[in-house]
Design a protein around this ligand. Structure first.
Ligand code: MN
Length: 228
């Protein structure tokens, strides 16, 4: 027996200061997890329950990469986010055990075709074409958690050197262990899963030739170019 088409490559993330890599299985994303971002998108952030959407694993683009200005959009936007990598299998994980399932952290950008996302939202349709498209998940190298919690720390994104997003992880509405607990009630979390935890305010569009640089204090930096 042979495969009828070429086997797709396993998507991996580099691990800082290691020769090992992290194989990516699924990408989960949390919507509206900072109050000021919820407001800028026209919503009241009064602790509505978290909600999730997904991206395909092969949407990952490592730091230093160049992404295409994607087709079918005229409003291609960045969302800087803390990324959490799962290292231990579990379902119905209690909040107090959530951190035991964290392998590490990274700095990621949830690239969004905002015009398509909003059009889908208004019609009650899925967000896939606005969120889960090619090259939509730039991500830095992972930093092993080693028991480290991320309750605070600066998170920022600069466009062509100018600050566009500048917030703090302490403003996450749902914390990392709360996200893990809630999501694991719906899906078994498996080593290789990663979670984009939501973006602070200041999201906005890119144009061809732009350079995005972002970072999270104590975790890492990411640089992504938009092709001309
Ligand atoms: Mn997002």
């Amino acid at each position: 027996m042979a495969y009828a088409v070429a086997v797709p490559p396993q998507v991996v993330l580099p691990i800082a200061d290691s020769a090992d890599t992290f194989p990516v299985r699924r990408i989960y994303c949390v919507g509206r997890n900072y109050a000021e971002h919820a407001r800028e998108m026209g919503f009241d952030p009064d602790r509505e329950l978290p909600f999730f959407f997904m991206k395909p694993a092969d949407a990952i683009v490592p730091s230093g990469g160049t992404i295409a200005y994607q087709p079918k959009t005229t409003d291609f936007q960045y969302e800087m986010e803390l990324v959490v990598a799962i290292g231990k299998r579990g379902r119905d994980i209690p909040v107090e055990k959530g951190m035991e399932h964290v392998f590490g952290y990274a700095a990621g950008i949830d690239m969004t075709r905002r015009d398509l996302q909003i059009a889908a939202r208004e019609k009650g349709r899925p967000w896939d074409l606005g969120k889960g498209f090619d090259q939509s998940a730039p991500c830095s190298a992972l930093v092993p958690a080693a028991g480290k919690t991320v309750e605070k720390g600066a998170i920022w994104l600069k466009l062509n050197g100018e600050f566009k997003q500048n917030s703090d992880l302490s403003k996450l509405i749902w914390s990392v262990p709360e996200i893990i607990s809630y999501l694991s009630g719906y899906m078994e979390l498996v080593p290789g899963d990663i979670i984009y935890s939501g973006t602070p305010e200041g999201v906005g569009p890119v144009v061809p030739g732009d350079v995005m640089t972002g970072g999270i204090e104590g975790i890492g930096d990411i640089t992504i170019m938009v092709a001309k």
